[in-house]
Write a protein that binds this ligand. Structure first.
Ligand SMILES: [Zn+2]
Length: 220
């Protein structure tokens, strides 16, 4: 499956960071120093990509893919320019992140939010939007990880693998999948320009109805 995300960086930020990258040598007397980290999230995957600008000798861009529990599962060759396309392939899955410059004179960065800012998208009209903030997931009461289905040892006393706990764990996954579905739908409508108004009352009401239905169905 293909997962795509866009990181839009203001022009002056690109210029500042690229000036660091363009130095022939960095601060070689010190350890490598991370100057900036951009994180790409994907609307339909818990994986994240960090694009790090590192001051070193020479300076470089370090793209890294993390899985849902923050373990590094992919990395690419380092790059010497920030803007560009970073593509990770893990098994059957491809994660594509485009980092591009925003010119404030040409197209202002738009933010569209719903649910009092719980769901926040940032991007350009007619361009790509990425999800900056998503709905809170139901998490395992033991380890706090959203995708845990009795994966952890339950050492904090929950999920002790009896029938009730197994049932709760599976329903948490169903609930979280429901949230992802709503987010994907709203993201698609924002990207296509159908939804442009933040906090539109009718849209918020519709989203809240979906969340209530999902919560009622799976969390009781
Ligand atoms: Zn757990």
């Amino acid at each position: 499956m293909l997962y795509e995300s866009v990181i839009i960086v203001p022009r002056d930020e690109v210029v500042r960071l690229q000036a660091i990258l363009d130095r022939a040598s960095g601060s070689y007397m010190m350890d490598d120093e991370v100057v900036e980290t951009f994180t790409a999230k994907f609307p339909n995957s818990p994986c994240e990509v960090d694009i790090k600008v590192v001051d070193a000798d020479p300076p470089y861009v370090d793209p890294v893919l993390f899985n849902r529990v923050g373990v590094q599962v992919g990395c690419l060759d380092v790059a010497d320019t920030l803007c560009g396309k970073y593509v990770f392939t893990v098994g059957e899955d491809t994660f594509s992140v485009v980092v591009r410059e925003l010119d404030p004179r040409e197209s202002p960065l738009l933010e569209v939010s719903f649910g009092g800012g719980d769901l926040l998208f940032r991007g350009e009209r007619g361009g790509g939007f990425c999800m900056v903030s998503q709905f809170d997931r139901a998490t395992c009461p033991s380890c706090g990880v959203a995708d845990c289905v009795n994966d952890c040892d339950g050492s904090q006393g929950a999920d002790e693998a009896d029938f009730r706990e197994e049932f709760d764990a599976v329903n948490r996954q169903r609930y979280n999948a429901g949230l992802s579905t709503v987010e994907s739908l709203v993201l698609s409508l924002v990207c296509s320009g159908v939804l442009t108004e933040s906090e539109s009352p009718q849209v918020n009401e519709a989203i809240q109805s979906c969340l209530d239905a999902i919560g009622h169905q799976f969390l009781g």
